[in-house]
Write a protein of this length. Structure first.
Length: 402
């Protein structure tokens, strides 16, 4: 296969690996009422099924990157995909809520490998502004998943019931196993691998955790996305209670929101190398601010309707996804010799924040649209303060060396 075609095929595989996470989060949202009925689960337990998935996801992100730095990227991905597929089958067969919650935790633990190791594969193969372009392309294609996931879930729910959703996830895992086995070569040569000795791993983690700029950049990404993810996890309450819509209507919310994300990712790739990273990030934060302010305004002054509630989220999502590829690469380049570990820690911070939002924040604020809007503004403000500090103290440009 010619090199350009091979690279495009790798991008497709990495994108499909990244799609595992939003598929696991969004496809079953339309089925919350029917799962709760079948498994005799409370609304709090249903929300816990999401937060436990995110908890398992966050914890295991700490390990996949460093293990892939030692064993290679391909082996780790294949192992995790097998576990993910088997767990998804188990979720389709479960008959009580306690086992359902346990399997969601395990499913999250396996699902996290794809996005962590996939990001390290991108940084293994591509450098400088090309890495930003590739990461933006992955985000652009990845953005399709949150848009179609609730639609697919709603169709399966109406036609076959909620168990078919987890059969679909298992099938997605099997397809990925075949694609990775046949089409993804190992991107980390043996001479660049690191020891798995516990003391060596602890030393590497300790080194990463002392890199203040790395931690700042990871938190910035987490708070940026947190303002957006808040609405994804609150979607059942927002759709059913506040907007009065049904299980088949999730596309009304998710398609525009993800469209904004995809547009932001597209523009990020197009501007790579044409304007400075510093200026591009300033544009992204200005766009997020517009979205957050519009969101507060509609909650205070405009009668509730799908258009006015969702439009500010589209603007915010566009600015957030415009910034994310640059911030992720800047973070990994803080640890150029341990990019798998860097990707692990980035994902751990990111998903820990998501788990906190899903399990603690959303139940406290989903009662009114105004509370949701204010929470988005708080998360954006924290991210902005951290960004201002990084912008003041650090040169926001990429390392070009591999």
């Amino acid at each position: 296969m010619p090199r350009p075609l091979q690279n495009k095929f790798v991008i497709v595989i990495i994108t499909m690996l990244a799609m595992v996470a939003p598929f696991c989060i969004d496809t079953y949202l339309p089925s919350f009422p029917s799962i709760a009925t079948d498994l005799d689960a409370s609304p709090v337990q249903m929300q816990q099924s999401l937060s436990l998935y995110l908890l398992g996801f966050a914890v295991m992100t700490l390990f996949y990157g460093s293990v892939s730095d030692s064993l290679g990227r391909r082996t780790v991905i294949l192992f995790a995909l097998i576990g993910f597929s088997l767990t998804s089958i188990g979720l389709a067969l479960v008959n009580d809520i306690e086992l359902f919650l346990l399997l969601r935790l395990i499913q999250g633990a396996f699902a996290s490998a794809g996005i962590v190791v996939g990001r390290a594969v991108v940084r293994d193969l591509f450098h400088g502004h090309q890495a930003q372009q590739v990461m933006s392309t992955v985000m652009l294609l990845f953005g399709i998943a949150p848009a179609i996931a609730p639609v697919i879930g709603g169709l399966f729910e109406v036609a076959f019931g909620w168990r078919a959703i987890f059969i679909f996830l298992a099938a997605w895992g099997v397809v990925l196993i075949l694609l990775v086995f046949c089409g993804l070569r190992e991107t980390l040569p043996k001479e660049r691998r690191h020891s798995m000795h516990p003391l060596v791993l602890l030393k590497n983690y300790a080194h990463a955790l002392t890199r203040f700029h790395f931690l700042e950049l990871a938190l910035i990404v987490a708070f940026n996305f947190g303002g957006f993810f808040l609405y994804i996890t609150a979607a059942p309450q927002l759709m059913f209670k506040h907007l009065g819509l049904g299980a088949g209507d999730f596309y009304i919310m998710f398609v525009p929101m993800v469209g904004g994300m995809m547009l932001g990712a597209f523009l990020s790739g197009r501007t790579a190398g044409r304007i400075s990273v510093r200026r591009a990030l300033q544009v992204g934060y200005a766009t997020m601010l517009v979205g957050a302010v519009l969101n507060i305004s509609q909650a205070l002054f405009i009668p509730v309707s799908p258009f006015y509630v969702i439009a500010p989220l589209v603007v915010y999502g566009m600015g957030m996804s415009f910034c994310m590829p640059m911030l992720s690469i800047l973070g990994m380049d803080e640890l150029p010799n341990h990019r798998g570990l860097a990707s692990s820690l980035q994902s751990c911070v990111h998903m820990s924040m998501n788990a906190l939002i899903a399990g603690v924040v959303v139940p406290l604020v989903f009662d009114t649209i105004l509370h949701l809007a204010l929470t988005m503004l708080v998360m954006y403000s924290i991210a902005l303060l951290l960004f201002i500090n990084v912008n003041r103290r650090k040169s926001l440009e990429y390392m070009i060396d591999p």
